[in-house]
Ligand binder design. Structure first.
Ligand SMILES: Cc1cc2nc3c(=O)[nH]c(=O)nc-3n(C[C@H](O)[C@H](O)[C@H](O)COP(=O)(O)O)c2cc1C
Length: 191
């Protein structure tokens, strides 16, 4: 069955991880009814600092691009049926706001909706090292049902480039969303 999902990019390092995942979602667009995309103001700052150009026209043309301040968006309400949300990358600031129910923007609110409605919430935190506060916030989110999925590249698939790593990681995010995409780089699957 096709799914409706939300993908959010926040102001943590590794904006490319989120962009790569979105391009993969586009590659598999037949799996989705709707894809909402929310990019925080700080994600734009970080992208610029990382020398990464966010292709807003691509997002606008292929997805439903929402402003982070638009709390009137359908995804701000539990009554709107969407299946899950991926926050990639997720800053410690957004993570803390979501863990403590103190969010003020659409990203935090949609994540809150996922937890209260018991929908998939997949968080890709980016920070190192983690402080006790970060770990405690992640523990709370995990107890509330969220998946905490740091970008820790696999090596058994023998990556030869960063894109290979991002490709394999994106596949894991698809798995967690409930899709099973055939890929012969999975452990135990013959080439
Ligand atoms: C270049 C740059 C890199 C940053 N990297 C991180 C990071 O990896 N993790 C993190 O938690 N915050 C990082 N920050 C700080 C966040 O951008 C900041 O906490 C911001 O308030 C996050 O806002 P947002 O979650 O609404 O996007 C970075 C900031 C800058 C300018």
């Amino acid at each position: 069955m096709k799914k409706t999902i939300v993908v959010a990019l926040t102001g943590a390092s590794g904006i490319k991880i989120g962009d790569y995942f979105l391009k993969k979602v586009y590659d598999f667009k037949d799996l989705f009814d709707r894809v909402f995309v929310v990019i925080s103001k700080n994600a734009f700052y970080v992208a610029e600092s990382e020398g990464f150009k966010l292709d807003i026209d691509f997002y606008r043309n292929n997805f439903i691009l929402e402003e982070e301040k638009n709390l009137a968006s359908p995804i701000a309400s539990g009554s709107y049926r969407f299946d899950g949300m991926v926050i990639v990358p997720c800053s410690m600031s957004s993570l803390g706001a979501i863990a403590n129910g103190s969010g003020t923007n659409l990203i935090h609110r949609a994540a809150d909706v996922c937890m209260k409605e018991r929908r998939k919430l997949i968080i890709v935190p980016r920070e190192t090292p983690f402080s006790y506060i970060h770990l405690e916030n992640m523990r709370k989110l995990s107890l509330a049902g969220a998946h905490i999925v740091p970008f820790i590249p696999s090596f058994y698939n023998k990556p030869e480039s960063i894109d290979d790593m991002l490709d394999f990681f994106s596949l894991r995010l698809f798995d967690l969303l409930g899709f099973s995409i055939k890929d012969n780089k999975r452990w135990g699957v013959d080439e």
